[in-house]
Design a binder for this molecule. Structure first.
Ligand code: ZN
Ligand code: ZN
Length: 188
C-alpha cells in the first residue's frame, strides 16, 4: 500500500472540490480562480512576488482514471536581467496539466505516490502543479529583452542606458590608430 499523503485542506485557496463534476468521462467544467501567491515561487534571479495574485483559468475534465486539470496560470513576475542587472517586471503565463487519479483506479494502483497526484475525498490540491509550472516555466537566465546588450565592460553601466556611440578611449581602435599616426604610444 502507498503511504497516504495528508488530505487537502478544503479551505486552502488552491484546493478545489470536484464533487460537482459529473464522473462520466469527457464531462468538463471551466473554472477560474484568483488566489494569493505563496512563498518560494521563484528562482534566484526571478520569481512571482509573495504579495502577488495568481490567476488560474482551467478545465476540469472527467477521464476514466480520474480528473484532468488543464489550463493556465497568469502571474506577475519580477526579477533582474542576467546581463544588465536592470529590473524585470512582466506578466507571465504558465501552462498547467495534471492528472488527479481516482483512489483504486488502475493509475493509482500502478504508480508511486509521488508520480501522480491523487484525488482525496473528491478534493484536488493545485498547489504542487502551480509550483511546478512556475519553477519549470521561469527562465534560468532571465533577460530584460532577448537581445539585451548587457553592461559596458569598462564602466559597468547598462548599454541600453548609454548613448549608441558610448566608448572608452583606451579601447577605441580609432583613437589607437590616431595615436599611432601621431607617433604616440597610448597603451599603458
Ligand atoms: Zn538586460
Ligand atoms: Zn562604458
Amino acid at each position: 500500500m502507498h503511504e497516504k499523503t495528508p488530505t487537502p485542506d478544503p479551505a486552502a485557496p488552491l484546493v478545489v472540490d470536484t464533487r460537482k463534476l459529473p464522473r462520466t468521462p469527457g464531462t468538463y467544467r471551466e473554472m477560474r480562480l484568483d488566489v494569493p501567491s505563496f512563498e518560494g515561487l521563484g528562482l534566484d534571479l526571478i520569481g512571482v512576488p509573495k504579495e502577488a495574485e495568481l490567476h488560474l483559468e482551467f478545465t476540469l475534465t472527467s477521464v476514466t482514471e480520474g480528473v484532468l486539470v488543464s489550463g493556465t496560470l497568469t502571474a506577475p513576475v519580477v526579477g533582474e536581467c542576467g546581463r544588465c542587472l536592470r529590473p524585470i517586471e512582466e506578466t507571465s503565463v504558465f501552462d498547467i496539466q495534471e492528472l488527479y487519479a481516482y483512489p483504486d483506479s488502475a493509475t493509482e494502483e500502478t504508480t508511486d505516490e509521488d508520480e501522480v497526484m491523487r484525488l482525496q475525498d473528491d478534493l484536488i490540491d493545485l498547489e504542487p502543479p502551480v509550483r511546478d509550472a512556475v519553477m519549470l516555466g521561469l527562465p534560468v537566465n532571465p533577460l530584460c529583452r532577448a537581445d539585451c546588450p548587457g553592461l559596458c565592460p569598462d564602466c559597468g553601466q547598462p548599454r541600453d542606458e548609454l548613448p549608441a556611440d558610448h566608448r572608452h578611449e583606451k579601447l577605441d581602435p580609432r583613437w589607437a590608430a590616431l595615436g599611432n599616426l601621431l607617433g604616440k604610444d597610448r597603451s599603458e
